[in-house]
Design a protein around this ligand. Structure first.
Ligand SMILES: Cc1cc2nc3c(=O)[nH]c(=O)nc-3n(C[C@H](O)[C@H](O)[C@H](O)COP(=O)(O)OP(=O)(O)OC[C@H]3O[C@@H](n4cnc5c(N)ncnc54)[C@H](O)[C@@H]3O)c2cc1C
Length: 273
């Protein structure tokens, strides 16, 4: 799209003074106000995924699993708006990381990948979402199931668990097409090696390198039983990724006996991987 400036025509919202008396309604209203973030860093995660660090004038601590909306405005006033999950932990004040996968011909993801550079300003609002969220104080084991960029909000949960000193057992089951598509690969290896209660299991659906020890097929009921079974009956499961993956995983989880009330899902888009 012919975007003149990501922040064009927008006004930054004014941070309200923190006050114990601030009502929940006022907090929601502020969350829905647009503000102008500054891109302070862009990190290449994979050939198709980049992390954008955004400094926020009206930063508010988010809950792991929430997202921000990004809005672009073109010369002629045309606007495109998309949601991006927060990848960073809430303990990091003043800024958030968004990890965006490049979608071929995608309006907003392509702009972010191909046009944005550090120092640019971009219009965002958030943090948004109160359902697909996890707090380190939540009891019970944590089962995380991701497809592709669906790993982003689940990474926020793992980072939050680490920053808050959470001790509950956790497993991340992460499906990617090929090894080079695995986002946060190095950090996930370090998390798994730390042996502090987090297990990382990967599955590749389009070919694995020699010596690969993970799974090599789409996530199915048998895999879910093997990977999540050891977490026990009290597990809370978060599933995120392309719509088809999320729906098939949610069905399979119910099929292996996980109560629907313990499964939370977030769908990123129309296609499957
Ligand atoms: C709550 C929420 C959180 C999200 N968090 C993230 C995130 O953390 N990282 C991230 O990369 N994306 C995330 N998404 C998806 C994101 O909002 C956009 O849908 C995605 O970036 C495509 O937007 P686009 O403008 O680039 O493509 P569009 O111009 O909207 O679409 C271009 C083409 O790609 C197809 N398409 C659209 N979305 C997808 C998709 N997700 N996968 C494959 N094909 C698609 C369209 O059908 C169309 O054919 C999230 C979505 C939701 C609802």
């Amino acid at each position: 799209m012919g975007v003149r400036s990501a922040a064009s025509g927008a006004r930054a919202s004014t941070p309200s003074p923190a006050s114990a008396a601030t009502s929940a309604a006022a907090r929601v209203a502020r969350t829905l106000e647009w503000q102008i973030a500054t891109v302070t860093a862009i990190t290449t995660e994979t050939a198709r995924a980049k992390t954008f660090t955004l400094e926020l004038p009206a930063w508010r601590a988010h809950r792991a699993g929430q997202h921000y909306d990004v809005r672009l405005t073109a010369e002629d006033g045309y606007q495109a708006q998309r949601s991006y999950s927060i990848a960073s932990e809430p303990e990091r004040a003043g800024e958030v990381d968004l990890t965006v996968e490049l979608i071929s011909d995608g309006e907003v993801s392509a702009y972010m990948h191909e046009v944005l550079v550090p120092g640019d300003r971009i219009e965002v609002r958030g943090p948004i979402g109160g359902y697909f969220v996890w707090e380190a104080s939540d009891p019970g084991a944590l089962g995380l199931v991701a497809g592709g960029s669906g790993v982003v909000p689940l990474m926020a949960m793992l980072r939050h668990r680490a920053a808050a000193g959470g001790r509950q057992p956790a497993v991340l089951l992460y499906s990617a097409r090929i090894a080079d598509d695995v986002i946060y690969a190095g950090e996930l290896e370090r998390i798994a090696a730390a042996q502090d209660g987090v297990r990382v299991v990967r599955t590749l659906t389009r070919g694995a390198p020699e010596g690969w020890t993970g799974y090599t097929r789409r996530i199915d009921a048998e895999m879910l039983r093997e990977v999540l079974g050891p977490l026990g009956a009290e597990v809370r499961v978060f599933v995120c990724g392309p719509t088809l993956l999320v729906e098939s995983v949610a069905d399979a989880l119910v099929g292996i006996g996980v109560p629907a009330a313990r499964i939370k899902t977030e769908r990123f888009g129309p296609t499957g991987s």
